[in-house]
Write a protein that binds this ligand. Sequence first.
Ligand code: ATP
Ligand code: MG
Length: 566
Amino acid sequence: MKDNSATIPTAPPVSNFIRNIIEEDNRAGKWNGRVETRFPPEPNGYLHIGHAKSICLNFGLAHDYNGACHLRFDDTNPEKEEQEYVDSILDSIRWLGFDWGKHLYYASDYFDKLYEFAEYLINQGQAYVDSLTAEEIRAFRGSLTETGQNSPYRDRTIAENLDLFRRMKAGEFADGAHVLRAKIDMSSPNINLRDPVIYRIRRAHHHRTGNKWCIYPMYDYTHCISDALEKITHSLCTLEFEDHRPLYDWVLDQLKDVVPCHPQQIEFARLNLTYAVMSKRKLIELVENGFVDGWDDPRMNTLAGVRRRGYTPESIRLFAERIGVSKADSWIEMGVLEDCLREDLNERAPRRIAILDPLKVVIDNYPENSEEECLAPNHPQKPDWGKRVVPLSKIIYIEASDFMEIPSKGYFRLSPGAEVRLRYAYIIKCIGVLKNASGEIMEIHCTYDADTKSGTEGAEKRKVKGNIHWLSARHAQQAEVRLYDRLFTHAHPDTGGNDYKASLNLHSKKTITAYVEPFLNQTQPEDRFQFERHGYFVADREDTVPGKPVFNRAVTLRDSWGKTGG
Ligand code: ATP
Ligand code: MG
């Protein structure tokens, strides 16, 4: 079987404004042809599909320009960060197919350097210790329409600032008693330049540095210096950092004599996906409030979640390529992501039969204890994948929806007196319906035409419109199947003042026991199949055990969302 060996052909990279900048830099010899990017997650949650856009972009550019992409944990906020998140991030990036090689870094590795540079700024008269409270700092900062005011502590001498900063580090002051601020311009129209805080006192255990530090550098200060120390050339971030770029540049300009280079910050539009929430804070809430079964719940748009759902790395990379990179914010339809998975799995997933909602059919004229082999192609467009045996016997299951006692107009499947083809087998005709006392249909009786077996001479002599799938009752295996659907009923669960919790789809997970082909009991975790006429399914990577697969529906065959109510 060729499962998972097929790959989608990768198209040549599509140009975008970032590639244009790199190519222009290369023409001008700006970085001597060097392209070094980085992906800088904060280890305060699991990665989501939005991060995948950034990962594919950064690692993709490094790959295409023979450069390197660094993986750097931006771990400057000790309270929210955990080793579990670090591990999950490493795992997800590897799963997506990217390799940081020797370039694995932690911003916390630079704490000594960052401290040294802070003293350097103090010595240059470009940073000062402020003793206003957090509220006072906020009030003094002004607003978009009001300029800020200088802190009364702004003009402390260099010696006094150095002394206070060293004592902050030594743990002499309570949390919040002082901060270190860059001395830039309290009247700048850009609020980020109104003397931003660059260090704060925070007695918190850090996941890597333990209790060594009681002062921690702020993100904006740390990020640009980390980029420079790693000699990043193009520092790509999302649009909300555009207003932070002047600060990024200011810090590196002040430190130009002590850092190795001045990377260029370039902003691109973040991914917004319909029927999803993309903020780590909200994803954490979904997990902590039990709205989902964990970070890797197949309904979550975390990378761990989409993996468990059945997404392939190839489908995610195809998605990243297809949505492209631009400077304008926009929404991407969930259907685009789902289509990428369909396209990928259509190529690589072997076909199998599953009956999700069984209805018993007795073939009255089929010999009692006999059985026979029917041959079904593993992939309709790939004859080299061969065929598999699907056994047929007197009693079979079909899908309940493939029978209608009183057929509606245009219904070509089974109904009293009607004929359909059992895929890969015979034409059958419905001759009776057996009901219980309360009128429910218990079984259907049919006869089969022994001259019509698929693949035999004369099989095509009679044409019927309906063609349905089935399994021999005696041979079929039972398996747990989880039918997942979108987690939200609203396309924009958390915008325009919507509370995303109000649009949680209460029917997004349905667990059933289905019948599957006999050999599917040998399924390995993460094997993927197309269950004919149903969709693409993956063997759950956690709950599948030898001989007992559990299948997750990754995606239906067609996008019927909203048309049939899900
Ligand atoms: P959140 O707001 O969910 O906490 P974040 O941006 O703070 O996300 P980080 O760990 O700081 O999360 O993100 C790491 C990188 O991923 C950043 O460079 C960020 O710009 C990028 N990123 C995050 N979300 C998206 C998104 N929706 N689309 C594209 N890139 C994203
Ligand atoms: Mg962030």
